[in-house]
Design a binder for this molecule. Structure first.
Ligand SMILES: Cc1cc2nc3c(=O)[nH]c(=O)nc-3n(C[C@H](O)[C@H](O)[C@H](O)COP(=O)(O)OP(=O)(O)OC[C@H]3O[C@@H](n4cnc5c(N)ncnc54)[C@H](O)[C@@H]3O)c2cc1C
Length: 365
């Protein structure tokens, strides 16, 4: 029988970050990933590091900022060890106000963030138009988070997997059917090819995490579809402009336009309605996009939870079973810190990050 210290179920950005962190701490790792599911979230993601822009609850903002702030170092490390450029860009994100009510709301958010010690600016409409000519003619100003930015999620996943493999991890192209348990302890995973013994099992199977057999409890992780489209960048300085869950992001000569939040089960098709919503929102942010040809459109399934927070940490009843799933809209942003937390839990049994609000038992009725 194969044996590893850690079996990671899923090789998306979260499984990859956890596997790398475990391998860096000297553990032998098997990453079970049958080949990214066509509906997987990580390859579909925009890769925004929008810690100060996304409507996160207060506890999560602190973790998101902490994770975002690790990316500069992580990008350099991964470039050194794997030669892969993860496309880290920290030129800031602007959340645009399109009416006076939104402007008041965003001005309050600027004040709150500054009070919390974060860098955050209010840009008047004239400043917005000077920085990004042609952006949102009816703009009433913007919250600008100068340290937010983006990474290329596909490159990040690839680089974390490559680094984990460099450190001895094995990528096993098999779908896990069941988590193996011996009473109150996880003992490995079972695939169609047989069993693998493991000291620790990490559930990182994205939207499919709740489908695994052998888990001691139902996992409230549900697919939330996000549709995206790409058009050529219409010129002007690169920018990330955001409004009401919709955004326009410059990457590699393209404008990535996102995204929808839909409960459509495991259906990851793009729809007329979804694309129409994205295009309407994007054109309000950058009207020059209106005449751009559509180059590509796609969709992926985010692993959503009822309260929008990830599920992270130990199972309370089954020893050595760990969760790293349910990252919803912000899994790329949170991948770096998730890896660090999970790596420390696996290697030392503890983490210096307070994860009480993320633990699975919060869903126990
Ligand atoms: C359109 C869109 C835009 C997004 N934009 C952003 C953004 O700008 N910023 C941000 O931070 N986040 C964003 N997200 C969210 C982010 O992409 C996700 O939170 C993150 O990718 C989740 O990663 P994951 O590894 O948990 O899941 P996934 O990437 O879905 O990976 C799960 C993996 O598990 C594998 N798997 C499933 N079942 C099994 C099994 N039984 N055995 C073995 N392997 C299995 C699948 O093949 C898959 O590869 C976006 C998501 C979408 C869809």
């Amino acid at each position: 029988m194969r044996a590893v210290d850690v079996a990671v179920i899923g090789g998306g950005v979260i499984g990859a970050a956890c596997a790398r962190a475990a391998a860096l701490r000297g553990l032998t790792v098997g990453i079970f990933e049958p080949g990214p599911d066509p509906a997987a979230a990580s390859p579909a993601s925009a890769g925004l590091l929008a810690a100060q822009i996304e409507p996160l609850d207060n506890g999560l903002v602190a973790l998101a900022v902490r994770s975002r702030d690790q990316y500069q170092r992580l990008a350099a490390e991964l470039r050194d060890t794997t030669g892969i450029d993860i496309g880290f860009w920290a030129g800031g994100i602007a959340a645009i106000a399109l009416d006076d009510e939104e402007a008041d709301h965003l001005k309050d958010a600027v004040a709150r963030q500054r009070q919390a010690g974060l860098r955050c600016d209010w840009l008047a409409a004239a400043d917005v138009h000077e920085r990004w000519p042609g952006a949102a003619p009816d703009c009433r100003g913007a919250l600008f988070a100068p340290e937010d930015g983006t990474v290329d999620p596909q490159a990040l996943t690839r680089a974390c997997l490559a680094d984990a493999r460099r450190l001895g991890a094995a990528l096993i192209a098999e779908r896990v059917e069941e988590v193996d348990r011996d009473g109150g302890r996880a003992t490995g995973v079972i695939t169609a090819a047989g069993a693998t013994a493991a000291e620790h099992v990490v559930v990182a199977a994205g939207a499919w995490s709740g489908e695994l057999r052998g888990l001691p409890r139902p996992l409230p992780v549900e697919p939330v579809r996000g549709q995206m489209a790409a058009v050529p960048w219409p010129g002007g300085p690169p920018a990330i402009l955001y409004h009401d869950h919709g955004y326009v992001l410059a990457r590699g000569g393209a404008a990535l336009l996102g995204s929808t939040m839909e409960r459509a089960g495991f259906d990851s098709r793009v729809t007329n309605e979804g694309l129409a919503q994205i295009f309407r929102g994007a054109v309000r942010l950058l009207p020059r996009l209106e005449t751009q040809p559509v180059v590509r459109m796609w969709a992926g399934l985010r692993p959503g939870t009822p309260d929008g927070r990830p599920i992270l940490g130990p199972d309370p009843d089954v020893e050595r079973l760990w969760y790293a799933t349910g990252h919803g809209r912000n899994g790329v942003l949170l991948a770096s810190l998730t890896g660090e937390i999970t790596g420390d839990l696996l290697a030392r049994g503890e983490t210096d990050v307070d994860i009480a609000a993320l633990e699975v038992q919060r869903f126990q009725s």
